[in-house]
Design a protein around this ligand. Sequence first.
Ligand code: NOJ
Length: 568
Amino acid sequence: MVEPARVRSEIPWWKRTTVYQIYPRSFADASGDGIGDLEGIIDRLDYVQWLGLETIWLSPFFASPQADFGYDISDHFGIAPEYGSMEDCRRLIDEIHARGMKVVLDMVLNHTSDQHPWFVESRSARENPYRDFYIWRDGRKPYGAAPPNNWRSMLGGSGWHYDAQTDQWYWASFLPFQPDLNYRNPEVKRAMLDVVRHWLREGADGLRLDIFNAIYKDASFVDNPRSLRAIPTEDNPGGFFQKAIYTQNHPDTLAFARELRRVVDEFEDPPRFVVGEVFGSADLLREYCGPSGEGLNLVFLFKSLRTPFRAQAFRDLISEFESAFPEPLHPTYVFGNHDRPRQMERLGNSIARARLLAAFQMSVRGVPFVYYGDELGLSHHPMPRESAQDPIAERFGFIPKLLLPVLRKRGILTNRDQCRSPMPWHGGPHAGFASPDAPEPWLPLHPQSAIMNVAAQREDPRSVLAAYRRMLQQRRRSLALSSGTLELTDPPTDSRRVLAYRRVYEHDDGAETADVFLNFSKRSVSIDLRSLPRGTDLPMYSNLREAPVVARGRHVLRPWESAVVFRS
Ligand code: NOJ
């Protein structure tokens, strides 16, 4: 458990780190207007530090008409006034750094808002110098009244939008007010790489890349082939009855990943990283990182978002990620974000399971991403789609209500307000999200806020929050957990509900080993530690508060308990 500083520094920090995602609109409102802001985040940094997550990823807070709450940027260098000023942003970055933590900013490179001055110019006339900043095509001949080809947006429906002023169609991978930039125009690429350099210069330690898989579209504009699949999945990002081979994961996007990495690597002190939001099979996603890690440093592996909470399913998941992302590549483990159902949904709203998930996420090899509120075990928040703020809710209004829980199970939300409720800080007015005299928050408080909040859980050693903190402490203290290799092992028990793996960190002075056992069942299971050298007398750590139970050389894992046995 001793950390030789010399060895530790050889492993890039971004492989060892743990990430907390903050959705600024929903985290903390210091100005008292019902909308979260940068000042509010500054006020709560001590909490994140106390919790033990080391890096903060902030969803976008740049100037934007907020039609998609910041994922529609109208000025890449400005801050949306409802979130604060450039001065607040600099202070936030400094305050994060002052606590020894890192910051990841969200880069929406694929598209801009339709209010961005480039697009306003672009759509004004065919001859405008900015016309080619976006993707414009004539309608399909001979009539011109149909979209240029069959390409569908990521949300279904044609991604082409007709603009009467110039009698052409523009392409948008996501919503119509988010026109895609044309990266085949060198000026666009240069301008967007300048945006990247700008924020790295401002102190970003990492960048999260929004729908990076959509950056390049095929220059031939030929139709995507048909498919029988209606619902997009991680393996088939197309869906909607077509294979998105000309609109997503294009070879030119894979090449751009390397180009972008070279730009990021211009900033060496400290080293920076990029994590891509990309969709596809683990093998395809690996290509974004390149065989020796020369592309994106990390990619989100979203399969975890629909993996059933069972020992065998998690074993298969590890096995798939380990074989697709061997050293020097590195997997990620994501169980929620601002687009997906809350992780508690898949855990059957069980606090005991949530504490086990914390143990898994903090002990497996890969960067853990924790979405704000998930560390409290906040559950899914059903909200009527009729009053939804999320622009995609309108698009999916036709889906029968009965089907919504099925989609949620598959990791798909048709109304993302449901995972964006204000962070519950305490049981008082507005749950502490804003001062008592502030207006109602932009989204209704979570119905559990009065009991499931930070203040209550900080006091309770059996809470989900306490388990996260405990597991994060274990991880930080152990080189094996933060930086070691991973090998799946046979659990020393007859129960098939125990998942076991070994993390090993070798250094010049020997090796540190952590054996991890996770009981995915509601029954106690006894494990025989005599197979481990000096097994029974080694320090052992549980995800639960109570001391581990050892009886006659056998260790008893209580329901949903984890145990980590350290050796060095
Ligand atoms: C993915 C983001 O995570 C989502 O919130 C956003 O709406 C789309 N990209 C469009 O930028």
